[in-house]
Write a protein that binds this ligand. Structure first.
Ligand code: SF4
Length: 289
């Protein structure tokens, strides 16, 4: 009889520190904050989590107009300060779950502007985190994602740089080296958070060894889809699921090593459910972390 396959969960998988913290603040708020409690925008891109939060008493308001009373929870990637001021002005209780690493970007942006630097934010224009950073720069910042975006900018002699937490070091380095050819002084505060890169690197390493990869997370989650792409490029038998009920025993026939990873919007409990279900379907495989 063939031995049961090994299930290995990627060394870095699932929600990061900031999202875990926001989720636990939301659950605490459901129990103790003025009702109704609602997140301002979905707390994370994961329909199961949004549903679970709803069942726990945390609703969803896309804008302040949809939250006429009670409490609003600010998401991990933050908002412009004016939104928090406006929520308070309307008499709402504000639970600020902005990730401390995102707050670090806000503080760096404020400091650079105070010191007289023209601020460049390396990031994705229109992303809520970037909008939040811009809101801390006194209207004096520009968003740049590649060196080409600098072409049309009138640069001052002293430029300060901060970066969206999920950007890559390569994207930051490309913009900074282009700036160095055009201005006298560049002051860089590297505000990249390593959580995204760690998840991608450990998914790639595991997919390179696994016979089957299971990626757990919302189909509407950009970072989960990116993980699925990274895994597919290294392991043809990659399956992206939102919930353990989608797992199919036929996927695992003949597999020796089954890899599991999960996007930054997938709570640990969802990973554990998937591992438990794979273990059932494959006749009791070991799991290794
Ligand atoms: S990716 Fe990093 S900065 Fe963003 S919420 Fe997670 S821990 Fe915070």
């Amino acid at each position: 009889m063939p031995s049961a396959p090994i299930i290995e969960v990627a060394a870095h998988a699932g929600v990061c520190y900031g999202v875990e913290r926001a989720l636990s603040m939301a659950h605490e708020a459901a129990a103790s904050a003025p009702a109704p409690v609602q997140t301002l925008g979905p707390l994370i891109h994961n329909p199961l989590v949004v549903r679970e939060l709803g069942e726990a008493g945390v609703g969803l308001a896309d804008t302040l107009d949809e939250a006429p009373a009670g409490s609003v929870i600010i998401r991990a990637h933050g908002v412009v300060p004016a939104v928090i001021d406006e929520a308070r002005r309307r008499g709402l209780a504000v639970i600020d779950a902005t990730c401390p690493y995102v707050k670090r970007v806000h503080k760096a942006a404020e400091r650079l502007v105070d010191q007289g630097y023209q601020l460049i934010v390396v990031g994705e224009s229109g992303h809520p985190e970037v909008e939040g950073i811009m809101g801390h720069a006194d209207g004096r910042a520009h968003v740049v994602s590649t060196p080409d975006d600098l072409a049309t900018l009138e640069l001052e002699r002293r430029v300060g740089v901060v970066v969206q937490t999920t950007q890559t070091q390569a994207a930051l380095a490309a913009v900074v080296s282009a700036l160095l050819t055009r201005v006298d002084e560049v002051r860089v505060v590297n505000t990249i958070c390593s959580a995204t890169q760690e998840r991608q690197a450990s998914a790639a390493a595991l997919a390179g060894r696994a016979d089957v990869m299971v990626v757990v997370g919302g189909k509407n989650s950009g970072n989960t889809r990116r993980l699925a792409e990274i895994c597919s490029a290294r392991c043809a038998a990659t399956h992206h699921i939102e919930d353990a009920s989608e797992l199919d025993a036929a996927w695992f026939a003949g597999a020796v090593l089954i890899g599991v990873t999960a996007g930054a919007s997938t709570p640990a409990a969802h990973i554990e459910r998937a591992v438990a279900r794979i273990r059932e379907l494959t006749g009791g495989a070991d799991d290794v972390r």
